[in-house]
Design a protein around this ligand. Structure first.
Ligand code: PAF
Length: 279
């Protein structure tokens, strides 16, 4: 695996390829990331991953400084997964001067849910992804569906700027008990890890209520909030939204249940697509 630490090294190396397939990450890789690499491999003539913990997408009180950085094991895992090129710039290499030119995604999507609870988060995500795209110049890029709103935002950005990149969404990789894999799961204590599965269970309960024909979405959401709160969680949101744009849904539309909740000091997110019975 070739490792490029600067944009110039990366561009020199990739000049020989026509169709890079790209997986951007912030490192601390788990099986979910490796599934993205495996999905990317047949889609291009070279598979490129990036590791960059992007300060721009963290709020001042968030975990930028403590975000797990696991360089040696990340490199080993990427090699074993068949990644060809790793782009791992430090902050000076990616942001040699303050990144004052930023991508401001559509507020209708960027300022709700994650964007509401983490103001500026999607400006940071879209800005770094745009910059990584201009460095790697991929023809295809793979993102996990666990970050559902992020994936929608990237698709929208790519469409609006007519970037010649196919965006592929990859199914959420889950532990045996159903917990969505996330780098932040490593923050959970043993007891919290056992409890964490309740987040995906809450989403499943919401899906079951919809499937059983219940039409009062607000009542389903309120029940899910109450269940998690009673178990000691601090939910930010547990909602049923229209899959097309994450806005309020009308009966019969394809839905997605989305959740973000804090368990102890750890904030977890998850989601579940729901096919609704015809209205
Ligand atoms: O999903 C992530 O890990 C990050 O938001 C991304 C896309 C790598 C941008 O920093």
């Amino acid at each position: 695996m070739y490792i490029a630490h600067t944009i110039a090294e990366l561009r020199d190396h990739l000049a020989a390829y026509k169709r890079p397939a790209f997986v951007p990450t912030m490192g601390n890789l788990h099986d979910g990331h490796l599934a993205l690499i495996k999905q990317a491999r047949p889609l291009g003539d070279v598979t490129v991953a990036s590791i960059f913990v992007n300060r721009l997408q963290f709020l001042p009180h968030e975990d930028f400084d403590t975000y797990p950085r696991t360089w040696d094991s990340d490199c080993e895992k990427l090699r074993a997964a068949g990644c060809d090129v790793l782009f791992a710039p430090d902050e000076k290499a990616l942001y040699p001067e303050p990144q004052t030119c930023k991508v401001h995604p559509d507020p209708a999507l960027a300022d709700i849910l994650e964007g509401h609870f983490r103001p500026g988060f999607f400006v940071g995500v879209c800005t770094v992804v745009m910059k990584l795209f201009t460095c790697v110049q991929p023809r295809v890029a793979v993102f996990g569906k666990k970050d559902y709103q992020q994936l929608m935002m990237i698709r929208h950005m790519v469409r609006q700027f007519a970037l010649p990149i196919d965006i592929v969404g990859s199914e959420t990789f889950r532990a045996d008990d159903g917990l969505a894999l996330s780098s932040r799961n490593g923050y959970l204590s043993e007891t919290e890890r056992a409890e964490a599965v309740q987040l995906s269970k809450a989403l499943k309960a919401m899906a079951e209520a919809v499937h059983s024909g219940e039409r009062d979405l607000a009542a389903i959401e309120a029940r899910a909030m109450q269940t998690l709160t009673q178990r000691g969680w601090q939910p930010d949101y547990l909602v049923l939204r229209r899959r097309a744009d994450l806005q309020a849904a009308s009966p019969g539309e394809p839905l997605v249940a989305l959740a973000a909740a804090r368990l102890g000091g750890t904030r977890l997110i998850d989601n579940l697509e729901i096919d609704t019975p015809a209205s």
